[in-house]
Design a binder for this molecule. Structure first.
Ligand SMILES: [Zn+2]
Length: 336
């Protein structure tokens, strides 16, 4: 049985560029309106550390709209998770520019007391934004897709009563931060984690419900990198680097053998690519209906431009009587 979980990372660009109105508030509202029309819930991951800093430095006139919108999101049947870009924790705003502390970029590798401090702070900010001191998110997503090293952060998330992590993308690798999710390729659709996010552990303290990926040949990723580059007005340096790597590998004949984990990202993939993936999943589910398959899709408010595509996707899902749910709604299934 398949259930889809549509997640939205609600944030400006990681390096501090972008206005709240254009990158967050307006696109999120349009997306919410479409989901509301179909009666489906969204899971929203507001990156709270940046909102606290934007408020502190008064760097964006629309900051007060963020809390109001998040309250509206929560009060209309959606879910809000905890999402942290730890490099914002020590941010300063000088001469009209953000100075971010990238020595904190891998939250998981910081000393335990620092991880606890940043997660605790994030929860306080989230509760303040929502105007609810008791609000308890159950799902976590870390910045830069980093969930290694795993044990300490999982223990601390468990202390704070988080139940699920949805950071890992199956088959992924982030060399810069020594993150390697390739061993998780043969895992099921969710598992319990403690020592290593890649491995199921019976005494795991959190569930990993990964971001769904498909392994595709490298050439299928090229159009996506180009699209990402143009959408960000050439701001995304990593894709340039990746393109160089692709080029080198191509010269040495490795090009067509290489597979890349492509996230089910409703901002970057075309409608055709998404519907092809969904059709494959539906066909797989017809053969293996007994296995429960929570399928997590991703999108970022800053990259949302094609709402017609979202509408067509939801129409496709509704016509096939498929369900879109929240992590809260599936927790009992994971536990059973
Ligand atoms: Zn993020």
């Amino acid at each position: 049985m398949i259930e889809f979980i549509f997640t939205l990372d609600y944030e400006i660009y990681g390096e501090g560029i972008g206005r709240l109105k254009e990158c967050v508030i307006r696109p999120a509202q349009q997306l919410l309106d479409i989901f509301k029309y179909y009666g489906y819930p969204l899971v929203v991951f507001p990156e709270v550390l940046e909102f606290e800093k934007i408020k502190e430095y008064g760097s964006d006139p629309d900051i007060d709209q963020v809390g109001l919108q998040l309250q509206q999101i929560l009060n209309t049947g959606n879910e809000i998770g905890l999402h942290l870009h730890s490099w914002w924790a020590n941010a300063n705003f000088t001469c009209g520019k953000w100075q971010l502390d990238f020595s904190l970029a891998n939250l998981c590798s910081l000393p335990g007391y620092k991880i606890r401090e940043i997660i605790g702070k994030g929860l306080d900010i989230l509760r303040r934004l929502l105007g609810d001191s008791q609000y308890q998110p159950i799902v976590f997503r870390n910045g830069f897709w980093i969930m290694q090293p795993t044990r300490v952060i999982v223990e601390i998330l468990n202390e704070f009563n988080l139940k699920i992590d949805s950071t890992l993308f199956r088959g992924g690798r982030i060399r810069k931060y020594n993150v390697d999710y390739r061993p998780s390729v043969s895992n099921g659709y969710y598992w319990k984690i403690l020592d290593d996010v890649n491995k199921h552990q019976d005494d795991g303290l959190l569930f990993e419900v990964p971001i769904y990926t498909e392994l595709v040949p490298f050439w299928k990723m090229i159009s996506r990198f180009n699209k990402r580059k143009s959408m960000n007005n050439d701001k995304e340096v990593p894709s340039e680097r990746l393109l160089k790597i692709i080029g080198l590998r191509a010269i040495f004949g490795d090009y067509f053998r290489m597979k890349y984990p492509r996230k089910l990202d409703y901002c970057f993939l075309s409608l055709e690519e998404i519907l092809t993936s969904l059709n494959k999943l539906i066909m797989l589910d017809e053969r293996t209906n007994k296995d429960y398959k929570p399928i997590v899709l991703v999108g970022h408010s800053k990259n949302l431009t094609d709402f017609e595509k979202v509408d067509r996707m939801l129409e496709f899902i509704r016509k096939r009587n498929l369900r879109i749910v929240t992590f809260n709604q599936i927790l009992h299934r994971l536990c059973s």
